[in-house]
Design a protein around this ligand. Sequence first.
Ligand code: UD1
Ligand code: CA
Length: 479
Amino acid sequence: MTDLHVVVLAAGKGTRMKSDLPKVLHRISGQALLDYVVRAAGELSPASLTIIIGHKAELIRARLGGQRSLRLVVQEPQLGTAHAVMQAEPFLAAASGTMLLLSGDVPLLSTNTLRALLQAHEAEGAAATVLTAVLERPYGYGRIVRAQGQVARIVEERDASPTERAIREINAGVYAFDLEPLFPALRSIASQNAQGEYYLTDLVTIYRRRKLAVASHTVADAAEIRGINSRTELAEVGALVRQKKNEELMAAGVTLVDPATAYIEPDVLVGPDTVIHPNVYLEGTTRVGAACEIHAGVRILNSTIGDRVTLLNYSVITDSTVECDARLGPFAHLRPGSAVGEAAHVGNFVELKKTTLGARSKASHLTYLGDATIGEGVNIGAGTITCNYDGVHKHPTIIEDGAFIGSDSQLVAPVRVGKGAYVAAGSSIVKDVPAGSLGIARGRQANVDGWVDRKKASRAAAQSAPAEPGADPASRQGR
Ligand code: UD1
Ligand code: CA
């Protein structure tokens, strides 16, 4: 194999997106279009990987800057795809071998297809090999014009005659080039076309004139080469990505009640016999175990869920873990750094943040637990609140195994409730409750005997008394 140098074009504005964001940063299933392309290229272990950026380059740099194996080259101004490729010349002038040229807005190309393109390129010994596809609706793409079976030229939609527009074989915008003749030929491209741009596709005509061989390779699955130029295409390609993931999951034994409304990102793993109801979002690096039941409206981000977990409707879980047999929701909220133990329960309107809830512990209703470490078999009563924040610092709450926190209690952190201790309902706990004791901190109740009857009697007496002259009865009633 000769050296492989990958160049990705990502400098264009993406006018048709009508967006402030560069087109290649628009996302499908949580990842930028450019992320898909960089990932597929990276799997080929190229000698170099160059990305041509331009429009809002700083945003793309911020997104990719951390990856040291990438070379980012700025194209300014953006004068067309041929001009974009020329920006790589200073870095590849001394290189030899093959350039694989990719488009940042064609996210579905598989590494296998790229390998097949490179193999065809080598086998034919061509100077350039164009990746093509045959589409039912070729609208918008450059068409492959053939003569005696050979690629004669590529004509853009806007420059095409009606006969050329009827051609269904299109240019995927992905090519393998022999590096040696490439840059000299690019310099002879002109910009006399409908868009006044330097079209890379004109290279075909130039190569033909120079008797350099131009080959083609047609993709097996035309869906792979879908380019994204508009919001409609973004949605359509997004649906294809989701569909592929859903089919993989179903083949692996996951039930999707309605695949059209399952939003599961590519890196998510789900165990067999898990049932996923409509409008569920599983995102990032989320792992869900086997035989779970995930009800409608649940959203899980970068979290790990054990086996046989039940997640009731509209629960949100972020950067957290849930152990086997736990039950959460409806409307439970696990914020980052939370861990729910085996067979634990987190009920409706319960929020956990950086909190560990031990095995078989329960917080069933209307509760906030922040920066708390809660042992096993603990019962957290309805309306319990950890007061973890003093306006400047966050403080921990520790509740040991078997403790019982009565309803509507406030635990003013830092504070510890010892093993098996009780907190009386309605308490504001400001100091530690030792193991085995009862913490009670609330006003004492007093009952006033006969109070209701006396109140009724005094009201009746006031109403039967004659009105004072000039007094307005309405002002007395309407309070
Ligand atoms: C291009 C091809 C077309 C092909 C289609 C496949 C040309 C002239 N046309 O058309 O034949 O069918 O892709 O999807 O090449 N870019 C730059 N700098 C520029 C202009 C564009 O980096 O100055 C980048 C864009 O960011 C994009 C890619 O090149 O990632 C393609 O540009 P785009 O304007 O989308 O070309 P298409 O009209 O789709
Ligand atoms: Ca495009």
